[in-house]
Design a protein around this ligand. Structure first.
Ligand code: LMR
Length: 320
């Protein structure tokens, strides 16, 4: 069977990390695209030379030409500008919207059958815009955020309880912004609801609230520490798990920014919801029962996403 082709649009820190992970896992041959001349070619050469040491067979090429992503099975988009300390993800809307237009056209013209995972911020608006610009079916375009946000929540909970991260199943819904909704009622420590486990371990409700708050601001915490750039290891790892779910038809239920039309009372919006990912792309949005408070929190988050979509339409007439 021919190897799969993975196209990575954006060869910055996340793009390079994605290429390394995909090569190590032998997910397929990798094309690293960037508009900066020489940079993707240099990274591809460097990464190729890991092959003999790590023992992977993957052809890794760098390019500045969209024609080289032709026929890609999976496209992961990180192109665009990251935020700086003190900025919100939403401050990137204008600049990254223009990038999504170029990327969407590149995908439409070269690999319209690909499964596309967007990482560029502000995530929920950019994945929506990328879908509009590319014209791909909604089930083939998805945003990576919930896997990352849930992993952050799980990490902080495991640290608090002194337990294995493998036993924490954390759950975050909504937009990938400070209004995201870490849902404690669906978060468990190996099946034990997190609030029950907190009581057993003598962890107060207010401490859990602090962890929820730290999760919401998890991206900004790293932006502040790095001083220049944003997180890349965990975002790349999260997107790779989504790509593997698609390529392996795994039917995983992952929190992703999926297109929601009808469920959760939403009307044609990309936002973080539990989603079945398999060979059909985002095969199903799973609608779960939420408490009134959780519903209200989700509404705040989805209203914020809707505002961003209106801003996108104002900036680019073709989206109206
Ligand atoms: C993240 O959550 O790490 C990314 O969305 C990058 C950012 O700006 O926070």
């Amino acid at each position: 069977m021919a190897r799969k082709k993975i196209a990575l649009i954006g060869a910055g820190m996340i793009g390079g990390t994605l290429a390394h992970l995909a090569a190590k896992k032998e997910m397929g041959d990798i094309v690293l695209f960037d508009i900066a001349e020489g940079m993707p070619q240099g990274k591809a050469l460097d990464l190729s030379q890991c092959g003999p040491i790590e023992g992977f067979d993957a052809k890794i090429t760098g390019t500045n030409d969209y024609a080289d992503i032709a026929g890609a099975d999976v496209v992961i988009v990180t192109a665009g500008v990251p935020r700086k300390p003190g900025m919100s993800r939403d401050d990137l809307l204008g600049i990254n919207l223009k990038v999504m237009k170029a990327v969407g056209e590149g995908i439409k013209n070269n690999c319209p059958d690909a499964f596309v995972i967007c990482i560029t911020n502000p995530l929920d608006a950019m994945v929506w815009a990328l879908r509009e610009f590319s014209g791909l079916p909604h089930n083939k375009v998805v945003g990576m955020a919930g896997v990352l946000d849930s992993a952050r929540f799980a990490t902080f909970l495991a640290w608090e309880f002194g337990c294995s991260v493998k036993d924490v199943n954390a759950f975050v819904l909504g937009g990938h912004g400070d209004t995201m909704v870490p849902v404690t009622s669906y978060t468990t420590i190996n099946g034990i609801p997190v609030n029950d486990y907190a009581k057993i371990k003598g962890v107060s409700e207010s401490r859990i609230d602090e962890i929820v708050d730290r999760t919401r601001k998890g991206g900004g915490e790293i932006v502040g520490l790095l001083g220049n750039g944003s997180a890349y290891y965990a975002p790349a790892t999260s997107a790779i798990s989504m790509a593997e779910a698609y390529l392996g038809d795994q039917k995983r239920i992952l929190p992703c920014a999926s297109y929601v039309d009808g469920k959760y009372g939403l009307d044609g919006l990309y936002v973080g919801v539990p989603t079945v990912i398999g060979a059909g792309g985002t095969e199903e949005v799973v609608e779960i029962e939420l408490s009134d408070e959780e519903k209200a929190n989700l509404k705040v988050s989805t209203d914020a996403v809707e505002e961003l979509l209106e801003a996108c339409k104002g900036l680019d007439g073709s989206l109206a």
